[in-house]
Design a protein around this ligand. Structure first.
Ligand code: ADP
Ligand code: MG
Length: 291
């Protein structure tokens, strides 16, 4: 009776665009205690736009934007696209040399004979660039849910750039109903503490792990497991692959990266977050049938 019910359950899920790659995931999902979401591209749309650019003394908006746009042109990060799009309106500049990208920190390179770096505060710290002139501004923008980034030119702080990524239309509803069904809902992100908190508050998420480096997502997940029990992790990015594999059930957004999809037990083909709710309901119903 067990395999039959599982087959019916996975078939029904597939009709709703929820692909169970393993029958065992249908069994496991019904008994998880925590649903942990990646933020960028999972709870948010993943298409951030530049919202603010505050220059440090001695730098102009156009200059910083053109220089930052050049180095970001070599990055695959969604943040990079936001800066490149905004920079496109400024003139062009010689190609980037000595490009370097450090996951969870930011990017740097040489543009027209100058060194240009863009990234999180920890990236500036690592490069030995003082940020104190714009830290208060970064905190203010973070509290409003925007992601603050620092830009430096030739070793000096040049500007604070903020990008904003709207939360998905169905995110708040899905979080509310998961909580109503007795689950702990958590968020794990590499983004700024304050930004993460602001987004979590908008969505009604209590447990937040922010400024988590790519190799720290698995540890954050283990901490949640220790505190609350078995976990389903929902993510879309390359950085999410280890957490998707570590979770009792890894759920990938169908529009996400190939690496994320390959690491997942369940794939939401429609890309809609509502699929998480549907997958859990089907799993619970199937297991109730078996018992
Ligand atoms: P997540 O996928 O959870 O948003 P990441 O680990 O990809 O987190 O990035 C964490 C942080 O590192 C970003 O919020 C940003 O501050 C910084 N960062 C990473 N890549 C870039 C980039 N290409 N340009 C600027 N900042 C970056
Ligand atoms: Mg993501």
């Amino acid at each position: 009776a067990v395999p039959m019910s599982i087959m019916v359950g996975t078939g029904r899920a597939a009709e709703r665009g929820v692909l169970f790659r393993q029958g065992s995931a249908l069994q496991a999902l019904g008994s998880v205690k925590v649903i942990a979401f990646d933020k960028t591209g999972t709870l948010t749309e993943g298409g951030p736009r530049l919202t603010d650019l505050v220059t440090a003394e001695g730098f102009s908006r156009d200059d910083v934007l053109a220089a930052a746009g050049e180095v970001e042109g070599r990055s695959e990060h969604p943040i990079a696209r936001a800066i490149v799009d905004a920079a496109r309106e400024s003139g062009t500049i010689p190609a980037v040399q000595a490009f370097e990208s450090v996951a969870g920190y930011g990017v740097k390179g040489r543009v027209g004979g100058r060194s240009v770096a863009v990234g999180a505060k920890r990236w500036m710290d690592r490069l030995g660039i003082a940020t104190s002139d714009l830290d208060a501004e970064a905190q203010r923008l973070g509290r409003s849910g925007r992601s603050p980034l620092y830009a430096a030119i030739d070793g000096r702080l040049a500007a604070l750039i903020a990008v904003a990524d709207p939360v998905r239309a169905d995110a708040a509803t899905v979080v509310r109903s998961l909580k109503a069904s007795g689950l702990t809902v958590a968020m794990i992100t590499g983004d700024d503490q304050r930004t993460a908190r602001a987004v979590a508050d908008t969505l009604g998420i209590d447990a937040v792990a922010a400024e988590v480096l790519p190799d720290g997502k698995v540890k954050a997940l283990k901490d949640l497991r220790r505190a609350h029990g078995a976990i389903a992790f929902v993510g879309d990015g390359i950085n999410d692959a280890p957490a998707l594999a570590e979770a009792e059930v890894g759920i990938a957004i169908g529009s996400g990266t190939d690496v994320a999809i390959e690491s997942a037990d369940v794939v939401l083909m429609s890309g809609a977050l509502r699929g998480v709710e549907e997958a859990i309901a089907l799993s619970r119903a199937t297991m109730a049938n078996i018992r």
